[in-house]
Design a protein around this ligand. Sequence first.
Ligand SMILES: *Cc1c(COP(=O)(O)O)cnc(C)c1O
Length: 223
Amino acid sequence: MYPVKQKLSEVLSALPEGVRLVAISKYHPADYIRAAYDEGQRLFGESHEQELRQKHDELPKDIEWHFIGHLQTNKVKYIVPYISMIEAVDSLKLLREIQKQAQKAGRVVRVLLELHIAEEATKYGLTLDACRELLAGGEWREMANVQICGLMMMASNTDDEAQICREFDVAARFFDEVKAQYFAANPAFCERSWGMSDDYHLAVGHGSTMVRIGTTIFGPRVY
Ligand SMILES: *Cc1c(COP(=O)(O)O)cnc(C)c1O
């Protein structure tokens, strides 16, 4: 087995205070999650509904699960009863469905809005303008069962560290903009989820409050 315990403690000791680790366990077996759990890690991220459901059923119930992948609206109902946070909300349609299902389940679901800042054309997420439009529309204010807790983004997959830092800065400035405009009186809007295995050491210098790290902790994924 990959040295999960050792890698986890290396990552944790590299994180400054105030930055939480979401251990991204997608495609890794439940044993790996248990190894991290036994070291005290309680926050894990998954990106596929079925895989998450199996792991949720099998593993301790005090694990906090974040959904980090692209979520189809028809899958929302399956994860809403137990999910701790849906990190990748990229449309009003998805937000509406989360509200609907969360109301049915009688709970409030915490979410992040996913931004598309990276240069790759393939990635999901709202452009800054689309995110401004969603917030300006105001429909989210009426969603009593959804709590918008911040922003999430992925930087470009590149070796150009200057570019990665620029993208984190764009996200951090955008966070300040929407915080001031819409959430100044709302302390729950505080999360900046950026930083993955290859760039979390940069992300923590650019306002990240939450890093999502998989490969560095669990090793390469077997698809
Ligand atoms: C898989 C994934 C990660 C983790 O990536 P690593 O490079 O393995 O750390 C982080 N965020 C999202 C959205 C992912 O899909």
